[in-house]
Design a protein around this ligand. Structure first.
Ligand code: GLU
Length: 613
């Protein structure tokens, strides 16, 4: 299995104490700024929770959150703010987001009370087939696929921005790109997380002179507190502002992307095997976002909307919730609650792995996967003890049979902890949950020369070979196909009005992070920011469940082991953000307290205190 071979692991770390001092723990307006170490960039103060009126934005990064708040202040709506925020994330989180990647955009419209989505996933070249990652009948090494032109899919992010603004925005692309263009020109302050992510990628970045020039200034890791500028990206955003996204899909930026993918500009002295890809101008011209119906289920009277395939987030979160709804989780002790959460996730992942792929080329039983009837047929597999073996086999959502499983189990392999999620809301009540990605932290490691952005390696989300020999695998490569994603932007309505929205990065742990945070907030009655901060466990139909250190070192671990659970430690799972609408009309923005150095939550007009339970 290709996944099992993934060895390039990036982990973020808690922020260094010196930097932490800069991260003022206050309900911060973006105007409040902390001085940068070298007097260059000014970084807005960072806080994990904010409450007030006029709209809200939450991301992992204060500059990006401030960009969205700036647009809201100028009268833009949540969609305008989300695109501005995403563009700023492309500057300050360039290893997780940018116009060289893709993502999924979920939107609640306050006027129509409808939830809509945009699938902006990268696509394989039209020439691709199931042998995309095979040579002489054997899969190429996973790490070589990651750092290659072969793994680069046709970018979907510029088209996602254009589609969102055209349908629901109130401002032009040029207008919403302004804060990000400024940020790229003036620079952002390097923090410990960014430096660590750069260090994890240093060896491969060095092999691409254009990437090294951008992210290893003077040939060295950027110092914490220094300012990192990206004038090439500022010019790229200015070009997009002038020419629109045609510059990517029909124009000069596209020509540069194609050339870079086909002949990656690798240092001639490098010892690395870097394969080219078969992306063409035709692939770029043929790229379209897909506007899909969201997945939908109900949960204890709430309406839960998520991202439909090609993402597996919506169906998998919905299935697990449907299974869990059959038990009153609010009454259980912590051990029993975690046990049921882990088992429901295990079962939902068995079904995800068997059934979900790109609906343009696979017959995905979305209705069955999200139905109460199928959940009932799967819920009876949960016993008082953990499943004795994992992976457990999938069920058949087309023909649910009581306690029924069939076919060969399809395990979930390792996926990274990358990507970034933003959540935005406005004074009219519109809400956006948008997760964007390059796949690996740093994507392919390949920068488009002179353009200031990295290319994705999203096609490595395909299975290189059938995951269970003899059983159809819906996630093999195909012509123009979208690789299956775990991205799970989620919007929850209460009687047709927004209750909360959330999402997270983290590869396949995205799904468990969203699920666990949801349950923490709804069933365990935690304030959103506390549900986000709570220590995480992730079970994805594998033998061992991953635990963050706080759970790993807690007494709960032993109690769960007594039920048959097997654990391994994972230093950090996910990095969620969310927004919540309070009954009095205020918005709460919520982000991580510690993971990835802490996130950034802001509202337009702070007012009062966040709820405590
Ligand atoms: N490529 C992953 C996905 O779409 C997201 C990247 C990550 O967070 O690892 O599921």
């Amino acid at each position: 299995m290709a996944r099992a071979r993934r060895t390039v692991r990036q982990r973020s770390r808690a922020v260094a104490p010196a930097l932490a001092a800069l991260l003022v723990a206050a309900t911060a307006a973006p105007a409040a700024a902390a001085p940068a170490g070298d007097g260059g960039a000014r970084t807005p103060a960072k806080a994990p929770v904010a409450v007030g009126h006029g709209g809200a934005v939450a991301t992992v990064d204060a500059n990006a959150t401030a960009a969205g708040i700036d647009i809201l202040r100028r009268g833009g709506n949540a969609v305008d703010a989300a695109v501005a925020t995403a563009a700023a994330l492309g500057v300050s989180q360039p290893y997780s987001a940018g116009i060289g990647g893709g993502g999924y955009f979920v939107y609640y419209d306050a006027r129509t009370h409808r939830v809509s989505t945009i699938d902006g996933r990268e696509r394989a070249p039209l020439s691709a087939d199931r042998t995309l990652f095979l040579e002489k009948g054997h899969p190429i090494p996973f790490d070589e696929a990651v750092t290659s032109g072969r793994g680069v899919g046709t970018p979907g992010t510029p088209a996602t921005w254009e589609t969102a603004l055209r349908h629901w925005g109130s401002r032009s692309l040029a207008h919403v790109l302004r804060p990000a263009e400024r940020l790229a020109r003036d620079g952002f302050t390097v923090d410990a997380t960014f430096r660590k992510q750069t260090a994890d990628n240093e060896a491969r970045f060095k092999d691409f002179p254009d990437t090294a020039k951008l992210f290893l200034p003077g040939g060295r890791l950027p110092a914490v507190g220094s300012t990192l500028k990206n004038p090439d990206l500022a010019r790229t955003y200015a070009l997009l502002a002038r020419r629109g996204i045609g510059a990517v899909y029909h124009g000069e930026l596209g020509r540069d992307i194609v050339r870079t993918v086909r002949t990656p500009p690798v240092d001639p002295a490098a010892h690395r095997v870097v394969r080219g890809g078969d992306l063409t101008a035709r692939d770029l011209r043929a790229y379209r976002t897909e506007e899909r119906s969201p997945t939908h289920t109900t949960y204890r009277g709430l309406d839960v909307y998520g991202m439909a395939p090609s993402a597996s987030g919506g169906t998998t979160v919905a299935e697990a919730l449907n299974i869990l709804e059959r038990t009153d989780l609010s009454r259980l002790d912590e051990k029993s609650y975690l046990h049921r959460y882990l088992e429901a996730s295990r079962i939902a992942f068995a079904d995800r792995n068997r059934w979900v792929g790109d609906p343009a080329q696979e017959d995905v039983p979305v209705k069955g996967l999200t139905s109460k009837r199928f959940a009932a047929s799967r819920a009876c597999l949960i016993k008082d003890g953990a499943a004795q073996t994992s992976p457990v086999p999938p069920g058949d959502p087309r023909r649910p049979a009581a306690c029924g499983s069939g076919g060969t189990p399809a395990p979930t392999g390792y996926e990274g902890q990358n990507t970034t999620h933003l959540t935005a809301a406005d004074k009219w009540g519109n809400v956006v949950a948008y997760t964007l990605t390059l796949e690996q932290t740093g994507g392919s490691g390949i920068t488009v020369p002179g353009r200031g952005f990295l290319l994705n390696n999203e096609l490595t989300d395909f299975d290189f070979t059938p995951i269970s020999p003899g059983t159809h695998d819906p996630n093999l490569p195909g012509p123009g196909k979208r690789p299956r994603s775990s991205i799970s932007p989620t919007i929850v309505l209460d009687h047709g009005r927004p209750a909360f929205a959330l999402g997270s990065p983290g590869g396949a742990t995205i799904i468990t992070t969203v699920l666990q945070t949801f349950l923490g907030h709804v069933d365990r009655r935690m304030p959103l920011v506390d549900a986000i901060a709570a220590p995480r466990a992730s079970q994805r139909n594998t033998a061992a469940t991953e635990l963050e250190p706080k759970l790993w070192h807690s007494a709960l671990r032993g109690r769960l082991e007594a039920l048959g659970h097997v654990f391994k430690e994972n230093p950090e799972i996910g990095a969620a953000t969310g927004v919540q609408r309070l009954k009095d009309g205020r918005w709460v923005a919520a982000a991580e307290r510690e993971r990835r150095g802490g996130g950034s939550a802001m509202v337009v007009r702070p007012s009062g205190k966040p709820p405590t339970g």
